[in-house]
Design a protein around this ligand. Structure first.
Ligand code: ARG
Length: 475
């Protein structure tokens, strides 16, 4: 279906949309650079939806007879079918999807020559892209929620498990595994929120803005906006055709999401390493080496990490394209689609693969626990034990710090030194019991067992709320 040979097409002046004004046809070099059909044909459904709304509006303001309207509506249906089943034959004159659809409609119904009344490709392309983006944002949101559900399910699989929490990638304080997995889950919740926020600003109709200044005809942009399910219409026709904020908003939401996926990816790479050994990846979601028979590689996680760079590039590229553009439409704006489409495609593939990888990997909870039960991991809890006995925290920190240093110097194990210490003593040894450091924390939102159980329920509620918000927009 892809018109990959478009660069080679030779077009005569009669084939162009501007043949009245021009004597000579476009050169091959111009067409090769100018044509957007190879990448914008994926918006055909949206282009046809926009044309239907515009057609009905023209009929209701008396610029289209009932017969003309019926004929054009029939042609639009036929074109949609042809584009949908791959039988549509692109013509050399088809510079973009808008040109292609209109050309074929007019072939099928001569009244199609009236379809572009009061419309420009400038408001048309902005409309198509908003419709396409609106749908893609909801679809992406659904995939993010699916990944969040996987994180929650895996967290619940190991409700009792705990592992070291890290700062500076040094073991810091142990936490419940659920706490760690849900930390990623909450970041993804913000991504869903950002996608929905981008949706709100995307959901405004530019149709009826014309080329830049509207029309002398009595168009009704409120009618087309409502027919296309937009929340409202543009306020200013110049802004309507030059605004690509919604593309930048979407790219930022996708890039931030991609950055979060890259951080999950990086941790899984570390956790699957021989040095950590916290997880074992499923064979179906890992790769081998062509030379080293023993290797099992976390390619999905690495690509989740790597694809984020590409997303940052798309966001940066679009912002540079928009920077300094004068009002209103400039052909530079045609550069909005490829990064946007690729960003959605990239995030989609990454979400699906990462979801599969996380659903199937095995958590080695004994390995995690063994690391988390290192006596040094409860150092902060020892200091807080002294605080509860009335010692100022600064002083308690120094007391425990000194015991740690002496233990590392070989004066005895940390528990031995604690047992012998006047203010700590045997009573503090309870803190060294396996899992005690991870489970025992009590402050709200912390990594202890009780607050994490509560957090888990809040997360589940948030998930249901987001699922409903997305379903409402998707319908
Ligand atoms: N293919 C163009 C785009 O993607 C459509 C708008 C063309 N408008 C124009 N005045 N040449 O932006």
């Amino acid at each position: 279906m892809l018109a990959s040979n478009s660069a080679l097409w030779l077009r005569s002046v009669a084939d162009t949309l501007w043949h009245g004004r021009f004597e000579g046809g476009p050169t091959e070099a111009l067409q090769a650079l100018n044509d957007s059909l190879p990448f914008d044909q994926r918006m055909f459904t949206e282009d046809i939806a926009g044309s239907r709304a515009h057609l009905d509006m023209l009929a209701s303001i008396g610029l289209m007879t009932d017969d003309e309207r019926t004929a054009i509506a029939g042609a639009l249906e036929q074109v949609e079918k042809e584009l949908g089943d791959g039988s549509f034959v692109f013509a050399p004159s088809d510079e973009d999807i808008h040109t292609a659809v209109e050309r074929r409609v007019t072939e099928l119904a001569p009244a199609g020559a009236k379809l572009h009344t009061g419309r420009s490709r400038n408001d048309q392309v902005a409309t198509d892209l908003r419709l396409w983006t609106r749908h893609a944002l909801v679809e992406t949101g659904d995939l993010v929620v699916a990944l969040q559900r996987t994180l929650l399910a895996r967290a619940d699989d190991h409700a009792e498990a705990y592992l070291p929490g890290y700062t500076h990638l040094q073991q810091a304080m142990p936490v419940m595994l659920r706490h760690h997995l849900l930390a990623h889950g909450w970041a993804l919740a913000r991504d869903v929120d950002r996608l929905l926020d981008a949706h709100r600003r995307t959901n405004v109709s530019p149709l009826g803005a014309g080329a830049l200044a509207g029309s002398s005809l009595p168009l009704d942009p409120d009618q087309t906006a409502a027919a296309l399910g937009f929340a409202g219409r543009f306020e200013n026709s110049m802004d309507a055709v030059s605004d690509r904020d919604f593309v930048a908003d979407s790219l930022y939401a996708l890039t931030m999401l991609g950055v979060h996926l890259s951080r999950i990816g990086e941790e899984m790479i570390l956790w699957a390493s021989q040095e950590f050994g916290f997880v074992t990846l499923d064979d179906g979601f890992s790769t081998g080496s062509s030379m080293m028979p023993q290797k099992k590689n976390p390619d999905i996680a690495e690509l989740a990490r790597g694809k984020a760079g590409r997303l940052v590039g798309h966001l940066t590229g679009l912002l540079v394209t928009l920077k300094g553009l004068p009002l209103t439409y400039n052909k530079d704006l045609q550069e909005d689609k490829e990064p946007l489409f690729d960003a959605f495609d990239t995030v989609r593939l990454t979400l699906l693969a990462l979801d599969g990888m996380l659903s199937t990997l095995q958590f080695n909870v004994e390995v995690m626990a063994a690391q988390a039960d290192s006596p040094y991991s409860v150092a902060t809890d020892l200091a807080e034990y002294l605080v509860l006995a009335g010692m100022p925290f600064r002083e308690a920190h120094a007391v425990v710090g000194e015991l740690v240093r002496r233990a590392l110097d070989g004066e005895g194990s940390l528990p031995e030194l604690v047992a012998r210490h006047a203010q700590l003593g045997e009573g503090a040894l309870v803190l060294f019991e396996p899992g005690r450091g991870a489970t025992g924390r009590v402050s709200p939102g912390s990594g202890g067992a009780a607050p994490v159980a509560e957090q888990r329920d809040r997360f589940a509620v948030q998930l249901e709320r987001d699922t409903a918000r997305l379903a409402e927009l998707g319908s």
